[in-house]
Design a protein around this ligand. Sequence first.
Ligand SMILES: Nc1nc2c(ncn2[C@@H]2O[C@H](COP(=O)(O)OP(=O)(O)OP(=O)(O)O)[C@@H](O)[C@H]2O)c(=O)[nH]1
Ligand SMILES: [Mg+2]
Length: 274
Amino acid sequence: MSNIVAIVGCPNVGKSTFFNRLTQSRDAIVHETAGVTRDRHYGKSDWNGKEFSVIDTGGYVNNSDDIFENEIQKQVHFAIEEADAIIFMVDANLGVTAGDEVITDILRRADKPVFLTVNKTDNPSLMIEAQAFYSLGLGDIYTISSASGSGTGDLLDAVVATFTSDKVDDEAGIPKIAIVGRPNVGKSSFINALTGTERNIVTPIAGTTRDPINTRYQKFGHDFILVDTAGLRKKSKVSEISSSTRCSVRYAQLRRPMYVSLCSTPHRVLNRRI
Ligand SMILES: Nc1nc2c(ncn2[C@@H]2O[C@H](COP(=O)(O)OP(=O)(O)OP(=O)(O)O)[C@@H](O)[C@H]2O)c(=O)[nH]1
Ligand SMILES: [Mg+2]
């Protein structure tokens, strides 16, 4: 695949909001709580006739004992490995944070085009404060507001200029395999066992996967797309984010034809322990 853009950055800077704007969807969960996105999230977009794939990543928190945050760091490294261009998003309201500096160090070694994007630049005074991000030494900064869309045109002009092709590989006709089921039955472990990677977060904690992960693989001589979905939970058990938001997003995702109803051959798998 080509033309892949990864959005990386600290928690809560607006990565998923921008992802949703680019993909014109509400696929990624957006919330005021930090660390909402735990896995990577794939989508498609285009700008000025150039198609590209977008990866939304989980937030990055350094030196954390939190099991999810350690996993999230891995996801960011995977995204950097896979991407052709990286949008490094920071928050205009916060100024340069210690986390921004850690990520800058990693990106300097990434040897990929990096677009330092100052999000939440909602007004002219924040635009002036955003100049502080030049101190990170990553070259030009792009001031945007993911909420309103302002500034995103200049950023995308620069990003797509790095692509050599106008198209990403067409996924039409490639079989999609959705793995659905109750929380903690082993869906992510099953995908990891199939693909031999640690792409999906696997922890013994129910409900780890919040967003469906749609990933293309070549394995066993075949091209296919695996969709790891969030586990379904009883509304009463969902505590961190308002249950109505999470449940409605999750059920909407599962109802989507591409995930389930186009599956011509449903199989029920009884998992003991992988
Ligand atoms: N004022 C303002 N708020 C924004 C903007 N973009 C996003 N937000 C808000 O910032 C909060 C975090 O947004 P998310 O898109 O979930 O951030 P994220 O970086 O994906 O967060 P994690 O997945 O937790 O790492 C939400 O409350 C958004 O509504 C913006 O341009 N301006
Ligand atoms: Mg997010």
